[in-house]
Design a protein around this ligand. Structure first.
Ligand code: CP
Length: 308
């Protein structure tokens, strides 16, 4: 059983809760392989997707996950809403709840927005990405994908390459992987490594060649150009030359290492096309697994709400 009515971040979860979500997703993945991919588990409930930032994977997979669980889904369109007339976030959220939302899935450019909503709403709030803070369902689907390939998380060497400083995916993955006993290595230019990161129990490298050696999992991140407020890098070409994931660099990892990317990818900036589409890539499988993880999160939060 989850302890909270909300999923705000991996930081708040225990290893047992992380395992429960992944095990539950495993059951839903089996449901998704059936002819009839729908279960009545959340019939009569309403999920509202409240996205203030663009999204392809997260928004569509939350929508599909909700539909597979037989809920009603509303995709709140910010540009077509009264937000553009000056309605506050609080009034928007309370209005959505007054219409009967049981779950509010929120993405926002400001860190802490899901936490604010969780305090003012009775509905379950799910963080779909808040600024550079956390993206918990991304980390959960990443762990689910890693476990499916490696049969364990504990003791694996996972290298995360890229813009750690601006990445909510990196932050959530660092919390999740270290809680589950993986050894996490970060590789980035020193301008893209946050100061406090070594307190999180990770190793930091400035060279891809050093960091990737012997890794079981190689995760590369998108350059978050929209969150970089000053020039952290000379150019995307220079970044690719120094930090891009190439076939040659990947050869330094274990032979059976898997390649991950949360998407959207900048091909030729953080990853070479041959690697993104190559035999070690599990990038599209991550997307598929996101559906099962989001079904598991909605289902487990609804059980938590029922027993309150
Ligand atoms: N990984 C991820 O959050 O992708 P979207 O921005 O497309 O949702």
């Amino acid at each position: 059983m989850l302890r909270s009515k909300d999923l705000l971040g991996i930081r708040d979860l225990t290893p047992e809760e992380i395992k429960l979500i992944i095990d539950t997703a495993s059951g839903f993945k089996d449901v998704l392989k059936r002819d009839i991919k729908k279960v009545p588990a959340l019939r009569g409930k309403t999920v509202v997707n409240l996205f203030f930032e663009p999204s392809t994977r997260t928004r569509t997979s939350f929508e599909l996950a909700a539909k597979r669980l037989s809920t009603d889904v509303i995709n709140f369109s910010v540009p077509a809403s009264s937000v553009v007339k000056g309605e506050t976030l609080k009034d928007t959220a309370l209005t959505i709840e007054a219409l009967g939302a049981d779950f509010v899935v929120v993405r926002h450019s400001s860190a802490g927005v899901p936490h604010f909503l969780s305090r003012i709403l009775r509905a379950s709030v799910i963080n779909a990405g808040d600024g550079a803070n956390e993206h918990p369902t991304q980390a959960l689907l990443d762990l689910f994908t890693i476990r499916a390939h490696k049969k364990r998380i504990k003791g694996l060497i996972v290298v995360i390459i890229g813009d750690i400083a601006h990445s909510r995916v990196a932050r959530s993955n660092i919390y999740a992987l270290t809680k589950m006993g993986a050894k996490v290595r970060l590789v980035a230019p020193s301008t893209l490594i946050p100061l406090e990161v070594e307190r999180l129990g990770v190793e930091v490298y400035n060279s891809v060649e050093d960091g990737i050696r012997g890794a079981d999992v190689v995760m590369t991140l998108r350059l978050q150009l929209e969150r970089q407020v000053k020039g952290f890098l000379p150019s995307p070409e220079e970044y690719f030359n120094l930090y891009g994931l190439t076939t040659e660099r990947l050869r330094l990892a274990k032979k059976d290492a898997i390649v991950m990317h949360p998407g959207p990818m900048n091909r030729g900036v953080e990853i070479e096309t041959e690697v993104a589409d190559g035999p070690q890539s599990v990038i599209l499988e991550q997307v598929t697994n996101g559906l099962a993880i989001r079904m598991a999160v909605l289902y487990l939060l609804s059980r938590r709400r029922r027993t309150r």
